[in-house]
Design a protein around this ligand. Structure first.
Ligand code: C2E
Ligand code: CA
Ligand code: CA
Ligand code: CA
Length: 277
């Protein structure tokens, strides 16, 4: 993020089309948005690579702005992280996702997994584990259906604290996914020593895999690594059937991307998992 973006609404998306950047005091607006319940979770389907059936969703926050329409998280998550507002926003998102997971699993009569993105500030907030335990107790969600996605960047600030919290989460039954794998330091020791269950290959590798031999080679290496460490692999940014087939052939377990659906409101997402026994 450029320094100039601080405190500004950097990019606004209405529907799919970016509109002109707004200039406003974003952190004040975010506070108001939180108390006025303007945040919403959208859900993007994740399919099993073998059956191509929807088995899970990634919860992605949206801001339903009273005049600007639906605002993308790219426009406000960085400011929310800088101001610490990501803590209450993230807490809301987790509770909301847990309620939705429990409701879908009940209504569909089969497990529906939901992943939620977690920022560094949330993970290092005192009482985070107690908060998660409370969400599980109050929503009645099966914790093994909740997946928390963390990036390497989240761990790197304080690896010891991250290890303690991640282990605590795993003890609560929560599943952990290393997000955006391959884009950061790709410090393999984290994958080995921390209790991850899933590795999510970043969109960048999927994007170039058909055209670039190198990307396919890196993907193959990541798959071998995941297999050695007994991690299941999710590929994000799958946009074409060619990518999907190649990823499945390479041994990828789950596929996520516009090919199977964009992030969508909960009612539309729910329809994808209902009524298919
Ligand atoms: P992410 O965790 O890497 O999420 C995946 C992003 O890729 C989403 O963007 C999704 O809409 C987009 N995407 C999915 N499939 C495709 C595809 O096939 N092609 C392309 N071009 N893009 C695809 P989105 O929803 O704008 O979210 C952006 C980022 O904002 C997320 O990246 C995540 O880092 C952050 N974010 C979203 N919701 C939350 C949240 O509740 N908490 C936190 N801490 N961060 C969040
Ligand atoms: Ca993610
Ligand atoms: Ca990503
Ligand atoms: Ca990410």
């Amino acid at each position: 993020r450029s320094k100039r973006a601080h405190g500004r609404l950097q990019e606004v998306v209405v529907g799919d089309e970016p509109t002109t950047p707004g200039r406003l005091n974003l952190s004040i607006e975010l506070n108001a948005a939180l108390s006025q319940k303007q945040f919403e979770l959208y859900y993007q389907p994740i399919v099993a690579a073998d059956t191509r059936e929807v088995v899970a969703f990634e919860a992605l926050v949206r801001w339903r702005h009273p005049t600007r329409g639906i605002v993308t998280p790219i426009a406000f998550i960085p400011t929310a992280e800088e101001t610490g507002l990501i803590v209450p926003i993230g807490a809301w998102a987790m509770r909301e996702a847990a309620l939705q997971t429990a409701a879908w699993t009940r209504a569909a009569g089969k497990p529906v997994w939901v992943s939620v993105n977690i920022s560094a500030a949330q993970l290092s907030e005192p009482g985070f584990l107690e908060h998660v335990a409370q969400v599980i107790a109050e929503t009645g969600v099966d914790p093994t259906l909740l997946k928390l996605e963390v990036t390497e960047g989240t761990i790197i600030g304080d690896p010891e604290l991250a290890a303690e919290i991640l282990t605590g989460l795993r003890d609560l039954g929560i599943r952990l996914c290393m997000d955006d794998f391959g884009t950061g330091y790709s410090n393999l020791s984290y994958l080995q020593t921390l209790p991850f269950d899933f590795l999510k290959v970043d969109r960048a590798f999927v994007k170039s895999m058909i055209d670039r031999f190198e990307s396919r080679t890196i993907l193959r290496t990541m798959m071998a690594l995941a297999q050695q460490l007994e991690l299941e692999v999710v590929a994000e940014g799958v946009e074409s059937p060619e990518q999907a087939d190649e990823l499945a052939r390479l041994g990828c377990h789950f596929l996520q991307g516009f090919l199977y659906g964009k992030p969508m409101p909960a009612d539309l997402a729910g329809a994808l998992v209902m009524g298919t026994p």
